[in-house]
Design a protein around this ligand. Structure first.
Ligand SMILES: NC(=O)c1ccc[n+]([C@@H]2O[C@H](COP(=O)([O-])OP(=O)(O)OC[C@H]3O[C@@H](n4cnc5c(N)ncnc54)[C@H](O)[C@@H]3O)[C@@H](O)[C@H]2O)c1
Length: 353
């Protein structure tokens, strides 16, 4: 069988640290072309890994007939434009999160996927972590009973990515920690809850650390910093999401806030049991034989954030060996929720979806 040829648009941090090792480890693919507006970066990386073609403009990469897959790792604003153009040219697309910067752009991606019949998968790496797989199976088997509420978040003390650069520029990123981190944990919560239909949201956003340069998080090294650059996004967002089935979800995301330490968390409360994920640990709270019981499952130690597993799953779907764990309509719902939370924060009112 001939190798699937992959072209990459955006050869920055996440590509280098997570996508590149995953592609290199896969026996069925060949890295054929890199594209980056930063030509020096793409050329250096291509040279290090024997990738024959380097482009400055994504249109030139997509125009190559031999490319089967386009991997989109650019700044958020361009995800939809590049993904749509690639699918229209007959390529499968693996795209970094967030899916797009607004619901219209996310819908264009969904429509291009269905019109082209090509696979569109957006990174949902957290679904592939061992603790997430445990929680998903636990929920799907009904052990938690009716899950009626939950809360989730990723809160940092000082962990602003690429301060002054595209991450903190609303036009290029779509927003701050709500779109950057919310897409990870709101997605997990929705997936565990069986993807209920969101009907209303209420949100608040704050920007209090735009002038602060301290960091206690590895995540500050993501994205390119820019001295005296733009910081017109929030650094903390909180909110509330209501679903059609009556369930609700509280959320909180920050890049910077005065807390003890960076924490990722997700709690789901069911009638038979509650689940709590904190960073890499999971616990179940339930009743057994008339006693309150806390259960700590023994799961494989997490070695990665699930990125490689997500990319390898995408190849299984392209090769028609697996059903996709993620479908584009879930991305549209996600971006609708995030955009409505921003609208609610601006208006001070609940937004119906
Ligand atoms: N899944 C995760 O865990 C995770 C983690 C970090 C970042 N991300 C996502 O990955 C994407 C990239 O983030 P990053 O941290 O690698 O940022 P980065 O700034 O390090 O890299 C982005 C690269 O894309 C290039 N680029 C931007 N626009 C381009 C365009 N139109 N055409 C070609 N190249 C372009 C930039 O020059 C840069 O090299 C973002 O969408 C981000 O949200 C995901």
């Amino acid at each position: 069988m001939s190798a699937l040829k992959v072209g990459v648009v955006g050869t920055g941090n996440i590509f280098k640290s997570a996508h590149l090792p995953a592609w290199l480890a896969h026996p069925e693919i060949e890295l054929t072309a890199f594209c980056d507006i930063n030509q020096e970066r793409a050329t250096r990386l291509a040279g290090e890994h024997g990738v024959p073609y380097v482009y400055e403009h994504y249109q030139d990469l997509i125009a190559r007939e031999d490319i089967d897959i386009v991997d989109v790792c650019s700044a958020n604003l361009y995800h939809s434009e590049i993904a749509v153009a690639a699918m229209q040219a007959g390529k499968h697309v693996f795209c970094e999160k967030p899916d797009a910067v607004n619901p219209e752009e996310a819908l264009k991606m969904q429509e291009a996927a269905s019109a082209s019949g090509k696979v569109l998968m957006v990174m949902r790496n957290n679904r592939f972590r061992p603790i997430s797989r445990f929680v998903k199976q636990y929920m799907d088997e009904g052990h938690a009973g009716e899950v009626y509420t939950g809360r989730c978040g990723w809160i940092r003390r000082r962990g602003i990515p690429g301060k002054g650069g595209w991450f903190t520029t609303k036009e290029l990123s779509g927003g701050g920690p709500l779109i950057d981190l919310g897409v990870h944990y709101i997605d997990l919560a929705l997936w565990f809850m069986g993807n209920p239909r969101p009907v209303a949201v209420s949100g608040a956003t704050y920007r209090k650390f735009a002038d602060n340069s301290l960091s206690d998080s590895i995540h500050s090294s993501f994205g390119e910093k820019q001295e005296d650059g733009t910081f017109d996004v929030e650094d903390l967002a909180s909110g509330y999401i209501r679903f059609e089935n009556g369930a609700t979800l509280q959320i909180e995301f920050s890049w910077a806030s005065n807390i003890e330490a960076e924490t990722q968390f997700l709690e789901l409360r069911g009638t038979k049991a509650g689940l709590q994920m904190i960073n890499n640990d999971v616990k179940v709270f339930t009743e057994i034989a008339g006693a309150l019981c806390d259960i700590k499952p023994n799961l494989p130690k997490e070695k990665t954030g699930g990125h490689a597993e997500n990319i390898h799953h995408f190849i299984d779907v392209v090769q028609q060996r697996a059903e996709p764990i993620f479908v584009p309509s879930q991305g549209v719902d996600m971006i609708k929720i995030l955009t409505a939370l921003y609208q609610s924060a601006k208006s001070g009112k609940e937004v119906r979806l």
